[in-house]
Write a protein that binds this ligand. Structure first.
Ligand SMILES: C[S@@+](CC[C@H](N)C(=O)[O-])C[C@H]1O[C@@H](n2cnc3c(N)ncnc32)[C@H](O)[C@@H]1O
Length: 286
């Protein structure tokens, strides 16, 4: 009998902090029993992990995140498998689909874009499947902020420029205005703010930053489809980027990076490769 996936979500809210013993029995990257929730990476099939590729190649059913997963990757590693696009399907449809295939003896892979731990809504599917007796586990992937920083040939943390990174999203259907912390991250000065799910809202976001008195010259880079063949980079500032993105016509699938680190400039030599490295210190920054 199909259970209500909402029950699994409600149940975990009352769970104690006792850890699932599998947490101690496996390392991330181990192949385990059950359905793996695999990070497909940002787009380029070459950025799928070796474990992810092996799992995709062995799958009978691949449930993937639609247009966020590059069709080249599906063609290259999943062409032998039945492929189902999860976009537009709710938990009530997805969970029995994966459970029935798994129980029928099929090898099932759930493919999320980037890393499933970032704005992936993976855990609710995993808990609902576990509730129905189907084990699940994560296989990490390259999140799009990392692909975007590679495209920009920069670091998200940069000595004397940015000591912190925020992965965030703008207010909208999911976040209220009070839960939108972009202005606070930018105001901290040494944070690189990586905005997911915010391409359509670049103007609103920049307008709010300007209204709050943030420096209009603060660098902003927008990387559309990082690592895809049609990847595009737009570089501007809080004051200019909205016009530039609108002119390019992007409404989705871009990473918005605010902060000096996006330019890859202004940094100082680090301790790691400085004189300090030769002084026999026992602790090293990594
Ligand atoms: C639902 S979230 C999923 C994020 C994904 N789990 C990850 O780790 O990258 C989708 C958002 O991720 C960003 N994104 C995903 N793939 C991207 C790419 N190749 N280039 C730039 N941004 C991307 C966009 O901001 C998009 O709106």
């Amino acid at each position: 009998m199909t259970e209500d996936p909402q029950d699994a979500i409600d149940e975990q809210a009352g769970r104690t902090r006792d850890r699932d013993p599998r947490v101690y029995d496996h390392t991330a990257g181990d192949e385990q029993e059950g359905i793996p929730f695999v990070g497909a990476g940002p787009g380029d099939p070459g950025l799928l992990t070796v474990t992810g590729k092996r799992l995709c190649e062995a799958a009978d059913l691949v449930v993937h995140a639609g247009s966020l997963v590059n069709s080249e990757l599906l063609d290259e590693f999943c062409s032998h498998a039945e492929q189902v696009n999860s976009i537009g399907k709710d938990l009530e449809e997805l969970v029995p689909l994966m459970r029935d295939a798994y129980e029928a003896g099929d090898t099932v892979v759930r493919l999320h874009s980037g890393d499933p731990a970032i704005y992936g809504a993976a855990l609710e599917q995993m808990d609902a499947l576990e509730h129905e007796g189907v084990p699940t586990y994560f296989v990490p992937g390259v999140t799009s902020a990392f692909a975007a920083s590679a495209t920009l040939r920069t670091q998200l943390t940069l000595n004397e420029v940015a000591n912190h990174v925020a992965f965030t999203r703008p207010q909208g259907k999911t976040l209220t205005a009070e839960e939108d912390h972009i202005g606070e991250f930018v105001g901290m000065g040494d944070v690189t703010t990586c905005i997911y799910l915010g391409t359509h809202a670049v103007r609103d976001t920049m307008d709010r930053l300007l209204a709050d008195g943030h420096d209009p010259e603060t660098p902003v880079a927008v990387v559309y489809h990082a690592s895809w063949p049609d990847e595009d980079v737009i570089e501007g500032t809080i004051g200019t980027i909205a016009d530039q993105v609108e002119e390019a016509g992007y409404r989705a699938s871009a990473m918005v990076i605010i902060g000096e680190a996006a330019t890859g400039s202004g940094y100082e030599r680090s301790y790691l490769y400085g004189d300090w490295a030769n002084r026999g210190q026992s602790e090293a920054d990594d």
